[in-house]
Write a protein that binds this ligand. Structure first.
Ligand code: NDP
Length: 296
């Protein structure tokens, strides 16, 4: 039966910042919610809003067919659900983990008779229940579970199913977060360079945003080159030139008294790609350097 009506029952284990935000949206949408948290006091305000409060994880699991878990990390999921009967349950794990943890947790759940979907939340708690904020959750694992509960899962944030491999929600989550931290590193370096100069961070900010937006073409460009294996056709900023000019970036950092620790690893990677075969790789753009990172 498709679970699309208001008032469906679900249980939520974990009332940290994220779990509490999730809980509020399900209560506001009229769902019958049972909650459990290790520190029971955090359930108080949700009880006032209509949540049933379970005294133990086992009681919370027993209360609903759909069980959502949003705890700190994978070991906390294992300890909270240890020894609990999951037969016939639909378990959705919104705890951040690695792909391998997602796959192992799926096998663990299946051994205990549960269907399983892993999730990777691409949102902060303030983006939960706020569709205009653009947050969403990656899901992977049992397609049947996802289809059954899709309407309920879409209450807090958009839902994107990325395949039946239970590791793929985490893989997508971590890929996007890793790209984000690379971008944060570059932005941090840029602000450090102007520190102490008569250039305000507030003046640099719109220029940085505009430039990063323009350089966003690299996302699709690199994907096409990785798919085709063609790293040279149509290149307008070749690797030999970029490696030569990277010295300017390092000397500028030194002149400004700024550590190059956040940008030098990427510049080094470009140099390694060039040095491996200058005649062949010098005409590439930087996408070819990605091949040095992987398992291939
Ligand atoms: P919090 O630190 O606010 O809450 C952690 C939760 O895990 C609490 O409910 C805590 O219980 C519980 N917990 C920790 N250890 C154990 C344990 N050993 N046994 C049982 N319960 C335990 O984290 P968030 O709510 O912010 O995050 C929850 C998950 O959501 C994490 O995996 C996080 O990576 C993910 N997430 C969070 C985002 C955010 O911006 N906050 C964004 C995207 C994902 P207690 O209250 O008793 O300490």
């Amino acid at each position: 039966m498709t679970d699309t009506t208001r008032g469906n029952a679900l249980s939520l284990l974990g009332l940290g910042d994220m779990g509490t935000a999730l809980a509020r949206t399900w209560l506001a949408a009229g769902h019958r919610l049972t909650v459990w948290n290790r520190t029971a006091a955090k359930a108080g305000s949700l009880a006032d809003q209509g949540a049933a409060v379970a005294a133990t994880p086992a009681e919370a699991v027993a209360a609903s067919g759909l069980v959502v878990v949003c705890l700190l990390d994978d070991p906390s999921v294992g300890s909270a659900l240890d020894g609990i009967d999951l037969t016939g349950k639909d378990l959705v794990n919104l705890t951040t983990g690695t792909p391998a943890e997602g796959r192992a947790r799926a096998a663990w759940a299946q051994e205990r008779g549960a269907r399983f979907v892993d999730g990777g939340i691409m949102a902060t708690p303030t983006m939960i229940g706020a569709p205009q904020a653009g947050g969403y959750v990656f899901y992977s694992g049992s397609r049947a579970l996802f289809d059954t509960h899709r309407a309920v899962l879409e209450v807090p944030a958009g839902a994107r199913f990325v395949g039946e491999d239970p590791g793929h929600a985490a893989l997508h989550d971590v890929a996007l977060l890793s790209a984000m931290y690379g971008m944060f590193a570059g932005i941090s370096h840029a602000y450090a360079l102007i520190d102490g100069e008569d250039v305000s961070p507030k003046d640099l900010a719109p220029l940085l945003s505009e430039w990063l937006g323009a350089m966003g073409f690299f996302v699709g460009n690199a994907a096409e080159r990785l798919a085709s294996g063609d790293f040279t056709t149509g290149v307008v900023s070749n690797l030999a030139m970029q490696v030569a000019s990277s010295g300017t970036l390092l000397r500028t950092a030194a002149e400004q008294g700024v550590s190059a620790e956040l940008i030098s690893p990427y510049l080094e990677l470009m140099r390694r790609r060039l040095d491996a075969d200058p005649a062949a790789h010098g005409a590439e753009d930087t996408a070819g350097a990605i091949t040095l990172l992987g398992r291939r």
